[in-house]
Design a protein around this ligand. Structure first.
Ligand code: DGL
Length: 268
């Protein structure tokens, strides 16, 4: 099974893409809804929560985990890959969403003027900037934390005037800098993509990390046959949440774009 982890519902936008491009594999989704949002928590707390989630997903039978959450990918992934996995699960793998996203952004950008929007923790981690700079030394990078967008997306306020006003306020500094490519560095932002594109204008390329991560997963499985062979192809989908299962099922539909099957409540 492939594990997909997020702090809450947002990672379902990533799972949606996985199901579109790799529908035959089995997936286990875990949303730590009881402790979300992660976006304003400290690095230590985010690492500890993510480590517990990784532990849960491996024990649930996953061989490979994708951390769909940008905040967890920015704050916890490296330490999990470098310290936790070698010690506790040497044969298993954990991947994130930042590297696939920056690779796609650099490919798309014509004038190398990039903007990143994300949670406060993702932006203050500087991980997006660091990974972008590893790919090219001549990039102009502008970052903007957008802490109000997650609750707005969860409330389903996608086309509201209030949301448009807040988006305009967040995006104005990036528009002024005339960025040519914008990274949606948070699981919830693809839901607001239409409005974001309208505000930024068609000239600006918008990178959807869910699509970038799905494309990268296809390549990864092609290159790592030993891992690919271990994954079940029964097409099974299992959902876990650390909060109310009924609420997850109801709200999750909006992010997954289809009905969510059986959901089990767990404790992390
Ligand atoms: N999943 C988080 C992210 O992509 C957004 C929600 C949260 O703050 O927990 O950064």
């Amino acid at each position: 099974m492939i594990g997909v982890f997020d702090s809450g519902f947002g990672g379902l936008t990533v799972l949606k893409e996985f199901l579109r491009v790799l529908p035959d594999y089995g997936y286990v989704y875990l949303g730590d809804n009881a402790r979300a949002p992660y976006g304003n928590k400290s690095a230590e707390v985010i690492y500890e929560y993510t480590r517990q989630a990784v532990d849960f997903l491996f024990k649930a039978g996953c061989e490979l985990i994708i951390i769909a959450c940008h905040t967890a990918s920015s704050r916890a992934l490296r330490k999990i890959q470098q310290e936790y996995l070698p010690k506790h699960y040497p044969g298993k793998r954990v991947l994130g969403v930042v590297v696939p996203t920056v690779e796609e952004a650099v490919k798309l950008s014509r004038y190398h003027k990039l903007g990143i929007i994300g949670t406060s923790s993702t932006v203050s981690s500087g991980v997006y900037k660091k990974e972008l700079e590893k790919l090219r030394g001549d990039l102009e990078i502008h970052e903007q934390a957008c802490p109000l967008l997650v609750p707005l997306a969860e409330e389903g306020w996608l086309d509201r005037l209030e949301t448009r006003m807040i988006l305009k306020k967040y995006l104005r500094p990036l528009k002024v800098k005339e960025i040519d490519t914008l990274i949606l560095g948070c699981t919830h932002y693809p839901l607001l993509a239409r409005e974001i594109i309208r505000i930024m204008g068609k000239r600006v390329k918008v990178v959807d990390p869910a699509k970038a991560a799905a494309g990268k997963l296809v390549l990864y499985l092609g290159r790592h046959q030993a891992m690919e062979k271990k994954l079940s192809r029964a097409g099974k989908l299992v959902f876990y949440t650390s909060d109310d299962a009924h609420k997850f099922k109801e709200l999750g539909q909006r992010f997954l774009g289809r009905s969510v099957g059986e959901v089990k409540k767990i404790e992390l």
